[in-house]
Design a protein around this ligand. Structure first.
Ligand code: FAD
Ligand code: NAP
Length: 339
């Protein structure tokens, strides 16, 4: 057996909230063989198997009575290159941001707006990670997953993943598909997305009028570093709630009371509200109770000042949800995966 199984391991270093719960068993997978061995062992022992990556989208509310398998597989390869379009494949355990940087160093564009998102390549399809107007579905070329029910490998095309806003088939069929490697269609020509939020303004401030993909990446890193707490310093899981999609009629009604309400029209006629705006307007920004709080610069981010438990963070989130529902008739949905 090459898999190293460790009993009763604290998951504090393995989730960015820094919540201190224990895994009944813990192991790291460095190869497909390790993954299969872990799956076989868990099945044999009648233990659930919980797969994690960087732990940056988890809310752990109790000890985990499972074998927790952290994906640590490595490898990046070019699968095809026709001189303009390039397909790159990365193993699930590759850390996302260094992978993005690697693609930029190869002169490949497509992932620059997704710079500095924590976590692993393998978890990225789970919620179709997105930032600054780009989601991985925009550059997705396929993935290979292990069907935990049958032990068979399956390749998924873009259409088969059912990607949507912070959503995918893999979220709906949680626990069935273990993502082993992901493929991206990147470009040697640069088709940059600069129209979102403060990206172009930041480039202009830096005196850059004809940016490269690397310039965009650096601008986004600088914006993110200013606004978002670094999990290594202050525990958090990024945005705690999804931006709610609501009917245009509700937005019109809310605008009579809140003329500065932030809402973005969607292709299907719905409107996307900025959850951070709702939470800030309701007065929660900077709120703190014991060690659980709402970040003082970004109301969408719940933070752990040190010793908050997952349940304390969850209770704070539920209070916020109740308040937002009462004030704005909008139900906020949690983004992190709760265990
Ligand atoms: P984990 O948290 O370890 O796991 C998340 C879920 O995926 C769990 O349900 C887990 O079981 C499952 N999973 C993990 N790996 C696999 C696998 N190989 N196969 C099957 N299932 C798997 N998200 C965005 O979309 N956009 C952002 O801009 C963004 N910014 C963030 C900023 C900060 C500071 C933080 C802390 C988080 C941010 N996030 C953002 C959320 C998070 O980084 C992403 O969701 C990321 O993809 C999670 O990756 P992970 O490896 O940490 O996954
Ligand atoms: P921001 O730029 O202050 O914008 C606030 C909200 O308005 C965002 O949630 C964003 O929605 C929406 N928005 C802004 N400009 C938009 C436009 N032109 N069209 C449509 N929607 C627009 O947000 P921020 O908190 O600093 O985050 C910046 C980006 O990083 C966002 O894309 C955000 O999703 C992403 N991010 C995600 C996480 C996470 O954990 N999921 C954490 C940090 C940052 P969208 O969120 O739908 O883009």
């Amino acid at each position: 057996m090459s898999l190293q199984l460790q009993p009763q391991v604290s998951l504090k270093p393995f989730n960015t909230f820094g919540v201190d719960v224990r895994a009944q068993l813990f192991a790291q997978a460095h190869s497909d063989a390790d993954v299969r061995e872990a799956l076989a062992y868990a099945t044999e022992q009648g233990l659930p198997l919980l797969v994690i990556g960087g732990g940056s989208n988890l809310l752990l509310t109790a000890d985990i009575p499972a074998l927790v398998l952290r994906m640590a597989t490595r490898g990046i390869r070019l699968l095809s290159d026709d001189g303009s379009q390039v397909v790159v494949e990365a193993e699930a355990g590759e850390t996302w941001h260094p992978f993005v940087q690697w693609t930029l160093e190869q002169g490949l564009s497509g992932l620059e707006n997704l710079s500095l998102i924590p976590g692993t390549v393998g978890a990225a399809p789970m919620q179709n990670i997105g930032a600054y107007g780009v989601e991985i579905k925009d550059v997705f070329a396929g993935l290979t997953a292990l069907d935990r029910q049958t032990g068979e490998l399956r390749d998924f095309s873009l259409q088969e993943c059912d990607f949507a806003y912070r959503d995918s088939l893999f979220k709906h069929e949680a626990g069935r598909w273990l993502i082993l490697r992901v493929r991206f269609a990147l470009s040697r020509a640069e088709h940059l997305h600069l129209e979102y939020g403060p990206v172009r303004q930041r480039l202009t401030e830096q005196g850059i009028s004809h940016p490269t993909a690397s310039d965009v990446s650096q601008a986004i890193c600088s914006i993110r570093n200013e606004k978002l707490p670094d999990p290594a310093v202050l525990g958090n899981a990024g945005s705690f709630f999804k931006n709610p999609l609501v009917a245009a009629a509700l937005v019109a009604e809310l605008k009579t009371e809140y003329p500065d309400l932030v809402a973005y029209p969607q292709a299907d006629g719905q409107m996307k509200l900025a959850a951070g705006w709702l939470i800030e307007r309701a007065g929660w920004k900077g709120f703190r109770e014991a060690d659980a709080g709402v970040h003082r610069l970004q109301a969408l981010v719940l933070v752990n000042y040190g010793a908050a438990t997952g349940l304390e963070l969850l209770h704070l989130a539920q209070r916020i949800q109740k308040d937002i529902a009462e004030r704005f008739k909008v139900q906020l949905e949690m983004e992190p995966n709760q265990y």
